[in-house]
Every structure is written in structure tokens, then in C-alpha cells.
Design a protein around this ligand. Structure first.
Ligand SMILES: [Zn+2]
Length: 839
């Protein structure tokens, strides 16, 4: 299973990896496309909730066919999803999915925006979503996106009128978009934003409907479409050699961590959008009906449009340089435009076109990928004019230094100039880490200190270089970020972002340490140097009732990038207790407490993330019976490692190893999450498993989904799986059978054991079962009926069969003590007899 996924990933990854890494260099067709786009002054904002919600067919159509400036506003960064390609979850998954969106936009030509909303996991209803998010803050961010992007039209992915029909985040995205449409032009609303931008009224708002929302293709065919526009999103682009739907498939295939790698499609295909509100449509089938999207839109634009439309009409694919005089004339006229919004956008676009037409190569490459503040880095600067144009390099200027570096060099055709500069990174330079993770987030919201950064896809680069040029008499400044360019014999030329990292960082070997008795444990801390010659010491911060030895350890690392491992012995208290340990490194009186996490996948640029380095320590008051656990792995979970942490001897069992003889060796058999969904062979082995129970064994089955289940006798008695779930991790739990052994032996389970759970209570609970089963717990989400299928136990022969949809697989890695205590009871089922006998 893992192998198949890996191959899929490598194959798709290699197709696009160059695009992910290299700075874009436009060829003649791309220059032409850029000029076409330069001549359109219209914009579309697409709104949904998660990375991968966006309809890339429509985004690509708006960007590449309509030539509109198109952006996708994803309210969240998708932290709550699963990860098919690696171990990253939560915030780190959000970092990957942010980059996958940017990779998708590099392909479909869109831009990317976000809000501060945190993807906290599945939500059934927008009421719940908007309660966990700070609704007013997310609404403010949608208003901010509208005021800064200034879309003419907004297209919602989801229907704001059908709460409860899809994920609560989805409906919320549409509801907030509808509300923001009415607020963005009201200067009394979110007035503090107006020191950075001004109000804006989009002309109309649509819903990107499809047959799915009508229940069937037939219903949709028969539906009244007088209020809809439709587009052939299968249109062919000769300049790309691709159809729009091919481009769209390539873009959505960037969502690899969500398993979105897919085949491309071609041929005519209709996409529909339903008009919701704003200025009525006309007969033109255009989202921009009644909006002038030519240069005439802005005061002084007509003269510019005349020049640039002529360039587009007569574009010289053999020699784009020949258009430089007109492009420079347009550039000069643009300087006098009063409309700051379009002026900024069009100057940026035009500079890119001028740079490409002049065949300019401007690059600043560092001799290392990572440097700490106060350290010096050597930069290689390459400047080259690959055209006949008259171009002078006047100077260049580093963003970290006040003064220009004067050059006054005539860049003769195809004569390369290289310069070497050593610069010291200033002490207060911000680290290269996702800005939304700088402060601790809440369940529903990220915290962002700098209001100007809200909504930005990533942290602006700290070190850039301005090249001050004179191109045929026109002064133009072109800005480039510093990059790290290198080669590998088996890969060729590679690029990485140049990153600013702390002088030193630390990580602890595990995120959770469970102490199931009062014995001490050795815990390893790895310290990594971000510069040469790091000297200092490291201590552990720990809760009051715990102890750590030694108090501090010396750190001495000679070379940047090297690590030193130190071991602390941690002593738990006698009774139940939990808290956190954090390494604190002291280098000459400066304290460092972050862990440096590096994320390396070929379809996205290299990412470094700084997160507070901390691990949870839990002293469990836990009793156990039985020791040998057989574990049948399903879709993958860390339950086996968690059980080992509390002292069980866990053996992984492959389906082919399941036999009557083998199973006899185990005190309990645990079936991993979705095992009956992913293991074809399990249906042939179910007989052995149930016989094992019959003869006195103890079998615990974790959740499976009813869709795609590969056996019809998952249990010895009738049991119907449903989609019932309890997503509120704090939902009240009622103990239905307070005297049942599973809730009393060997650990007495009380309401306290259901405190501190994370993400959810459980999922895919059975909703019907035969009389042999005893339901032990009841719980429900707000506004729903009580669900009693989360933990079911049945006697079968001499043994016990237990089915549970409780999310042990999520609670164990979070160190939730009650989950461990309850699971220890499930593993001890039937063992109380031995105890009685002995007594
Ligand atoms: Zn979604």
C-alpha cells in the first residue's frame, strides 16, 4: 500500500518538480500570453474553504481564457486533513497544503489568498464552524481580501443556502463571502483596515453550481438555467499546446498529500455559475457584463491601451525584443496613472514582460541555503543582457543594507557580468518560517501580529536585491529574492529558497512520553547549530512535581549544520500527572526554544518551519492485564507504538500470518483503523479471528467505513456501520453500564477519563446491532440524537468481541491519559476471571 502511494507520488512529482524550484523564465509564447493578460483589467475572486476545494477548471478558464486576474481565497490552509505522502499532520500539513496551492496556481495562472481561519477538522454545520472560528475575524479577513484584491466578481464554490449538506467549513465559506460582498464597501465596517487599503464593491457574486448540488445529472438538465452562465472549460490553448481542462488537471494534481494525482482530460465540457446578487446579467454570457475590462477602465489608460494592444496584435514571436520601445513607452505612461491599484498591478506585470523581452538574466545566489542572523553569507550575482537593447546596470541594493552598490556598467549583448558580495544578515532579520505559526494558534484561529501580512500565502522573503537598470533611457528597478542554486550529479541543477534560521535549535526524540509507572526515562535532546562555533548550554523546563537530571548540559558545536545529542533523565511523580518539557538553549545570554522542522518534497519548494520545541510527559495511573498483543495494521496508525510505550509487547500480524495456531499466542488481537477497508485478504481470515474469540480470545476492532468494506461478517453478530460521528472532542460522555467490567477492570473509568480528548470523540459508529452486543457509552454532537455505538462489546463463545469507533488513534499520539486507561481495560477483557481464581 505504502509502496504504491510512493510510486504515484514520485511519478507525478517528477513532472512538475522543476516548476516548483526554478525561478520562472518566460519563452516567446509565455511573453505573448502575458501581454494578452496585461491588456485585460478585470478580476475574479474564487472562494472556498480548503486547499483542494477549488475548481481549477474554472480558475484556469478565468485566468487563461478570459485573461482575468484570478485568485483563489481558501479560508483555511487545510491543517485538518490527512497526509498521504508523509508524516506531517496539523500545522505542518497546513504548510504543505499552502505550498500545494501555490504550485497549483503556478500552473493555472491564479493567485492565492487565505484568511486566519484554522482548519480544526470535520464540522457538520456552519453554526459549529462559525462558533469555533472567530466569525467576526474571518469575516474581516474575507472583507480584507475583497478590499485588497478588488475583484469585479466573486464566485463561491459552495452554496450558502444549504447548511448541513456538506462540511460546515464549506457552507461557512459561502455564507461569509455573501456577507462580505455587502460589507466591503462600507467604510464604517472594519475601519482599521482602511489605513492600508480602501473600500471596494464587487459588481456581482455567483455560485459555481453543478449537477451534484441538484442530486442527479437529470435533475440538473431539467433545472431552470436562466439565472446561470456557462462556459466551455475544455477550450484549447495553442500557445500552451494544452486544453483548459488539461491545465486544470495538472494544477489540481498538485494536491498530492490529499491523493489528488489524476489523469488529465480533454474535450468540450460545460461549467455553470449561478448569479446570486449584484448588478443583473445581460445577454453577453460574460461575468464582466457592463464592466469595461479594457485599458479605458482607468483615467489615462486609453493611450497605454493603444500601444499595448498594437503590441499584442503584431506580436513578433521570433524577436520579442523588437517590442521594447513600445513597452517602455507604456511603462513611462503608467507612472502617471492615478489609479494606484491598477498601476501597481500593471507595472509589476509589465516589468516582467520587459525583463523577458530584453532576455535579462538577473540572479543572486547564496553559497548556502541557510544562514543565521549576525552571520555573513557570500552571494554570487549574475547579470546578463541577452538582447540588442541598450541596457545599463546603474547599481544594485540589498534589502538588508541602506546604501546602493553603484556599478554604472553598460550591459553589452550576451556579455555576462558576475559579482561577489559578502553581506552580514542583520540581527533582527525575521526567520524564514510561516508567519501564521509565529504565535500559538487557537483551535479556530491563527494569530497574526502584522496586519499587512494577513491573507498572504507565505512570509515575505527577508533578503532581496533591487537591480537598478536603465533600459533604453528608461530607469527600471527589478527586484529578485536571494536563492540557493546548486547541482546534484543524479538530479542536475536545483533551487532552494534562501532561508534565515536561528543560531541554534533543539528537538526532542518524541512528542509524547508515557510513564506507566514511577520509573525514570532517558530522553534525548538534539541540538542543531545554525552557524559555526556554537557554545552554550541546554536545560529542560519541566513541571513542578517532576524531576530532571542533570540540571544543564554543555553545548559545543564546531560546524554549522552539525548536531549534538544530550540525554536528560526524567523522573515522574508517584501519582497521575501530565505536563510539558521544553529544551531551553542559552548561547551568550540569548535563549532559544524552537525546533527547526524541514519539509522536503519535490513538487513544492523546500520549507523550514520553526515551532516551539516541546513534548508532553504523562505519568499514567494505569493497571494492565495481559502482555502479548497481536496487531493487524489497517490504513496506518501509531496505536502499536503507543501501546509499546505503556509496556505492551506488540507484534504486527500480516493477513497471511493469521492462523488458529498463531493467534493462540496473544492475550488480545487488535485490528487497526479501516483494516477491513484496505486489506483484501482479511475476509478469508475472518473465520480464524472469530474462532479465536470463540475459544476465549479477546478481539478489539477499531473503526471501519461501511463504504468499500471487504467482508460481510465484520463481527460474530449483526452490526451495521453508519456515518455517525461525534466531532466535538469535548462532547459529554454518558456511561451506560457503570458496573460493566470493561469500565471497571483493571482501571475504574470515570468522566475524568474523557477529559482532554483531541479533535473528535470518534467516527463511523455502528447504528444498529443485534441483542448480543452491549453498548457501554453514549454521546452526541450538539443538536443531534444520542449515539450509543461508540463502544460495543459482545460475548462470543468463551471470549469477547469489542467494536469501537472511539478515536484512540488520535488520542494516543496526543498523550490523552483516559484513552490509554480505557484501552488497557479493553485489552484486559475476560482477564478478571484469572484474578478471581487467583484470589
Ligand atoms: Zn473542503
Amino acid at each position: 500500500m505504502h509502496q504504491i502511494k510512493l510510486y504515484l507520488f514520485l511519478f507525478l512529482g517528477s513532472l512538475v518538480s522543476l516548476q516548483a524550484q526554478q525561478p520562472k523564465k518566460l519563452n516567446a509564447s509565455e511573453i505573448y500570453e502575458a501581454i494578452q493578460k496585461l491588456n485585460v483589467l478585470g478580476s475574479v475572486l474564487y472562494v472556498a474553504a480548503h486547499p483542494d476545494d477549488e475548481n481549477t477548471r474554472l480558475i484556469s478558464y478565468m485566468s487563461n481564457q478570459v485573461k482575468a486576474r484570478t485568485a483563489y481565497l481558501s479560508l483555511t490552509r487545510g491543517d485538518g486533513g490527512q497526509n498521504l505522502i508523509g508524516p506531517e499532520i496539523r500545522e505542518l500539513l497546513g504548510v504543505i497544503r499552502t505550498q500545494e496551492l501555490l504550485a497549483a496556481r503556478r500552473i493555472d495562472g491564479g493567485e492565492q489568498r487565505f484568511t486566519r481561519a484554522n482548519d480544526f477538522g470535520y464540522s457538520k454545520h456552519p453554526d459549529e464552524t462559525l462558533n469555533i472560528w472567530n466569525k467576526d475575524d474571518v469575516l474581516a479577513d474575507v472583507v480584507w481580501a475583497i478590499r485588497t484584491f478588488k475583484p469585479d466578481v466573486i464566485i463561491n464554490r459552495f452554496d450558502h443556502r444549504t447548511p448541513g449538506r456538506t462540511h460546515g467549513h464549506h457552507t461557512s465559506s459561502a455564507m461569509l463571502s455573501m456577507e462580505a460582498f455587502d460589507l466591503a464597501n462600507d467604510s464604517s465596517k472594519y475601519a482599521s483596515q482602511l489605513q492600508y487599503t480602501d473600500t471596494w464593491q464587487p459588481k456581482r457574486i455567483f455560485f459555481n453550481t453543478s449537477w451534484w448540488f441538484y442530486g442527479s445529472q437529470e435533475n440538473f438538465e431539467n433545472a431552470d438555467k436562466s439565472n446561470m452562465l456557462n462556459f466551455d472549460i475544455g477550450v484549447y490553448y495553442p500557445s500552451k499546446g494544452m486544453s483548459n481542462n488539461e491545465v486544470a488537471a495538472l494544477a489540481s494534481s498538485q494536491h498530492l498529500c490529499q491523493g489528488f494525482g489524476r489523469l488529465s482530460q480533454r474535450g468540450t465540457e460545460q461549467e455553470y455559475i449561478e448569479f446570486l446578487k449584484g448588478e443583473p446579467l445581460d445577454e453577453s454570457n460574460s461575468v464582466f457584463a457592463g464592466i469595461d475590462t479594457s485599458w479605458n477602465r482607468i483615467e489615462g489608460g486609453a493611450a497605454i491601451g493603444k500601444i499595448l494592444n498594437a503590441v499584442e496584435q503584431n506580436f513578433n514571436f521570433k524577436n520579442p525584443t523588437s517590442h521594447l520601445p513600445q513597452l517602455l513607452e507604456a511603462y513611462r505612461l503608467l507612472q502617471n496613472i492615478k489609479d494606484e491599484h491598477w498601476k501597481t498591478i500593471k507595472i509589476k506585470e509589465l516589468k516582467t514582460i520587459i525583463e523577458a523581452c530584453a532576455g535579462l538574466y538577473l540572479e543572486v545566489s547564496a553559497n548556502t541555503a541557510q544562514t543565521a542572523p549576525n552571520s555573513t553569507v557570500s552571494l554570487n550575482i549574475e547579470v546578463l543582457n541577452r538582447s540588442s537593447a541598450d541596457i545599463k546596470l546603474l547599481s544594485y541594493k540589498f534589502s538588508t543594507i541602506e546604501t546602493d552598490n553603484s556599478k554604472q556598467i553598460q550591459l553589452l549583448e550576451n556579455q555576462k557580468f558576475t559579482f561577489n558580495e559578502g553581506i552580514t544578515i542583520p540581527k533582527n532579520t525575521h526567520y524564514t518560517t510561516p508567519y501564521w505559526l509565529n504565535k500559538k494558534s487557537t483551535l479556530g484561529m491563527y494569530h497574526v501580529d502584522n496586519p499587512a501580512w494577513i491573507g498572504k500565502p507565505e512570509t515575505p522573503r527577508a533578503v532581496t536585491v533591487d537591480f537598478n537598470l536603465n533600459i533604453a533611457g528608461t530607469p527600471i528597478t527589478i527586484t529578485k529574492p536571494v536563492v540557493y542554486r546548486y547541482s546534484k550529479p543524479d538530479k542536475g541543477e536545483l533551487y532552494r529558497p534562501f532561508e534565515i534560521i536561528p543560531e541554534v535549535s533543539a528537538s526532542i526524540s518524541d512528542k509524547v512520553f508515557i510513564f506507566d509507572n514511577d520509573h525514570q526515562k532517558d530522553i534525548e535532546v538534539t541540538v542543531k547549530a545554525g552557524r559555526d562555533a556554537v557554545e552554550g548550554y541546554v536545560q529542560l523546563a519541566y513541571p513542578n512535581d517532576w524531576n530532571v537530571y542533570p540540571e544543564k548540559q554543555k553545548i559545543e558545536i564546531v560546524n554549522k549544520g552539525d548536531i549534538q545529542k544530550v540525554v536528560f533523565t526524567v523522573y515522574p511523580p508517584k501519582g497521575q500527572s501530565e505536563g510539558f518539557i521544553t529544551p531551553i538553549i542559552n548561547i551568550n545570554g540569548e535563549f532559544y526554544t524552537d525546533e527547526l522542522i524541514e519539509i522536503d518534497y519535490s513538487h513544492i519548494p523546500y520549507q523550514t518551519v520553526l515551532m516551539p520545541s516541546m513534548s508532553k510527559i504523562v505519568r499514567l495511573d494505569i493497571e494492565k492485564r495481559g502482555n502479548n498483543i497481536g496487531y493487524i495494521e489497517g490504513a496506518g496508525d501509531v496505536v502499536p507504538e503507543s501501546l509499546r510505550q505503556i509496556g505492551y509487547n506488540v507484534t504486527l500480524i500480516k493477513p497471511e500470518q493469521i492462523s488458529a495456531e498463531n493467534l493462540m499466542n496473544f492475550d488480545a488481537i487488535v485490528v487497526g483503523i479501516r483494516a477491513y477497508n484496505v486489506l483484501d485478504d482479511l475476509k478469508f481470515k475472518q473465520k480464524f479471528l472469530l474462532d479465536y474469540v470463540k475459544e476465549g480470545g479477546n478481539m478489539i476492532v477499531q473503526y471501519n467505513t461501511s463504504r468499500g468494506i471487504k467482508t460481510d461478517n465484520i463481527a460474530p453478530y449483526d452490526l451495521r456501520l453508519s456515518r455517525d460521528r461525534v466531532t466535538d472532542e469535548a462532547a459529554e460522555v454518558t456511561i451506560l453500564q457503570p458496573n460493566h467490567p470493561l469500565l471497571n477492570f483493571p482501571n475504574k473509568i470515570t468522566f475524568q477519563d474523557f477529559e482532554g480528548w483531541v479533535q473528535e470523540r470518534g467516527l463511523y459508529f455502528p447504528d444498529e446491532w443485534s441483542g448480543e452486543f452491549t453498548p457501554l457509552l453514549a454521546m452526541n454532537d450538539k443538536g443531534e440524537t444520542s449515539k450509543e455505538g461508540s463502544l460495543l462489546v459482545a460475548k462470543y463463545g468463551e471470549g469477547n468481541y469489542i467494536y469501537t469507533g472511539l478515536s484512540f488513534f488520535r488520542e494516543f499520539p496526543a498523550g490523552v491519559s483516559g484513552a490509554y486507561r480505557l484501552f488497557a481495560n479493553l485489552l484486559s477483557a475476560g482477564k478478571e476471571k484469572n484474578k478471581t481464581l487467583k484470589n
